[in-house]
Design a protein around this ligand. Structure first.
Ligand code: NAP
Length: 301
């Protein structure tokens, strides 16, 4: 029996582990994949206080090591269910059942697909969801990035240093991501903005050869690219928890800034909850808040 089980070892989960250990609670962190969450795909973090530049991987590794040093236990198993038995919560993984007084769900989100025909078939053969992982394969080649959020903008900037040409394709003419990054992209000679446009077709034999883009005005354009980096947002990874906590219509866990859910003793931290600003700094902040509420809850049991 643990005091707190944290589901997910991204920035929110790892920060929760640090705060919970510092509150002298026993902590188990369950992670389905590898520690770090989506931030490990960010090449260069420039907006987190203290470091002007740090890679997502280095950031995640430092926080993981900090949580481990404080005594948080880590088990790499996927949580598939939470059973709310009142004062005891059971977290069911694919191979075990763990018990705790409180649970923090910090599962983050996964890549949203474009939904274009042949997208799945061409993953690894031209289609990628991770510029830092796959960008180096496209040295001196033409690539495109789809999306208008920070991920797409940062990916395009990263790829502009590697690829011969980078097209940034966005369905509107305004970006959701930061103005400063848009400005940096505009200064790059090898970056072309393709706005008010959607990718509608992938042309490939064995590998991606070109993409067809449909403009809002009805015109189409074929762009020759060897790589298409899809950065069209994320889907919250709450599919297994909809029975115990309320989700909104997009699948995010309904919770306010105090990170408490409708289920007593079950908390949420990070990108998988309803919130306005999904940033590294707000994910880590959620970790601190969720633990503070969890500790209050446990101490009142
Ligand atoms: P996002 O902000 O949700 O942006 C997704 C983008 O994809 C939007 O521009 C959206 O267009 C577009 N889109 C969605 N579905 C599409 C479709 N089917 N076809 C074409 N375009 C589509 O996602 P994100 O960029 O992955 O960022 C997720 C969160 O992480 C954000 O809060 C972001 O600020 C944060 N983030 C932070 C950092 C950092 O702190 N350094 C780095 C990366 C990401 P519309 O704009 O038209 O809706």
């Amino acid at each position: 029996m643990y005091d707190i089980i944290i589901i997910g070892a991204g920035p929110a989960g790892l920060t929760s582990a640090i705060y919970a250990k510092r509150a002298s609670k026993s902590v188990l962190v369950l992670e389905a994949k590898a520690y770090g969450g989506q931030i490990i795909n960010t090449p260069d973090i420039e907006n987190y206080p203290v470091a002007a530049h740090i890679s997502g991987f280095e950031f995640a590794t430092k926080v993981y090591e900090q949580a481990q040093a404080l005594g948080a236990e880590f088990v790499f198993e996927k949580a598939v269910d939470i059973r709310d038995l009142g004062d005891i919560k059971e977290v069911v993984t694919e191979s075990n059942v763990y018990q705790a007084k409180a649970v923090i769900i910090a599962t983050g989100s996964e890549n949203r697909k474009l939904g274009v025909e042949r997208e799945d078939e061409l993953v690894g053969r031209g289609i990628s969801y991770c510029a830092t992982c796959d960008g180096a394969f496209y040295r001196k080649k033409s690539v495109a990035v789809v999306g208008g959020g920070n991920t797409a903008l940062e990916d395009a900037l990263y790829l502009a240093d590697i690829a011969e040409k980078v097209y940034i394709i966005h369905r509107r003419d305004e970006f959701r991501g930061e103005d400063a990054t848009v400005k940096s992209l505009k200064e790059r000679e090898n970056v072309e903005f393709v706005l008010n446009s959607q990718v509608v077709k992938l042309n490939a034999d064995k590998r991606l050869e070109s993409i067809e883009v449909l403009n809002k005005d009805g015109s189409t354009r074929v762009i020759e690219v060897k790589g298409l980096f899809v950065a069209v947002g994320r889907i919250p990874e709450n599919q297994n928890f909809g029975k115990v906590v309320n989700l909104d219509q997009s699948g995010y866990i309904v919770a306010g800034e105090d990170c408490t859910t409708n289920a007593k003793g079950i908390f949420v931290a990070g990108d998988n909850r309803v919130k306005n600003v999904r940033q590294l700094v707000t994910a880590t902040a959620d970790g601190a808040v969720a633990v503070s509420e969890a500790v209050k809850y446990i101490n009142n049991l």
